[in-house]
Ligand binder design. Structure first.
Ligand code: 13P
Length: 246
């Protein structure tokens, strides 16, 4: 299966720079060969222009979050239905920055993931331990609990993707040892087996993936792609990661 390289732009980019980045990626994918599946997750208001910029390519576009309700009085939130209506193919839910900044619970993340599936979107469900949890030896328990509580009912391996993102590795330049990533991915795969229908759940690694370490990370058995933050903000770096796919 093709590796999925997903760029989470977070709260970065303005109209001009966002369009420039998307156009630069579109240009490369038109002119260069890659085995990877590529997705970008721009800030919500940038979604329509980014969709236009990549419309004649295989790059798919998604939202960074959605609400668990389909519509209603939820000021500032975005529904999965609206994302789908705009032309998005997927959405990220339960990113650690959402869990931390907005006190999102596993139950809410699960509701968001189910709303995404109901809207016909693919959903990337993020899990990962904090440094304190890791230091306390709780990382496996924490991630198991997040998997049990956050994965949607009714998901299949075609609609649900998990991203393992250790919180302490995000934006820090630090990553787990390669064998530790492999161990966590197999723990997630085993735990999710009863919750997501089908064989071959895709599990992405996220946290300080760069062109310099992508090759070794993407070769770890059980790593089916990467969820990339900082290095997805320049076409050169993001392309460097895409080109690192085996
Ligand atoms: P960085 O690649 O900047 O560490 O961010 C990872 C991330 O949070 C992607 O969702």
């Amino acid at each position: 299966m093709a590796k999925l390289i997903a760029g989470n732009w977070k709260m970065n980019g303005l109209l001009g720079s966002g369009k420039d980045l998307a156009q630069a990626l579109a240009k490369r994918i038109r002119s260069m060969e890659t085995n990877a599946e590529i997705a970008v997750f721009p800030p919500g208001p940038l979604i329509p222009p980014i969709l236009r910029a990549v419309s004649d390519t295989s790059i798919w576009v998604g939202g960074q979050d959605c609400h668990w309700n389909g519509a209603g009085a939820h000021t500032g939130d975005v529904s999965a239905q609206l994302l789908a209506d705009l032309g998005c193919s997927g959405v990220i839910v339960g990113h650690s920055e959402r869990r931390a900044d907005h006190a999102e619970t596993d139950g809410q993340v699960k509701g968001k993931a189910e709303a995404a599936l109901a809207a016909g979107l693919k959903v990337i469900v993020c899990v990962g331990e904090t440094e304190a949890e890791r230091d306390a030896g709780q990382m496996e328990t924490v991630v198991r609990t997040q998997i049990d509580g956050s994965l949607p009912s009714g998901g299949t391996v075609d609609t649900v993707i998990v991203a393992y993102e250790p919180v302490w590795a995000i934006g820090t330049g630090r990553t787990p040892y390669l064998d530790e990533i492999g161990v966590m991915h197999s723990l997630i795969r085993n735990r999710a087996a009863g919750l997501v229908l089908g064989e071959g759940l895709r599990i992405l690694y996220g946290g300080s993936v760069k062109p310099t370490n992508a090759k070794e990370i993407l070769r770890i058995p059980g790593v089916d792609g990467a969820l990339v933050g900082g290095a997805s903000l320049t076409a050169d770096d993001f392309w460097g990661i895409i080109e690192s796919c085996p």
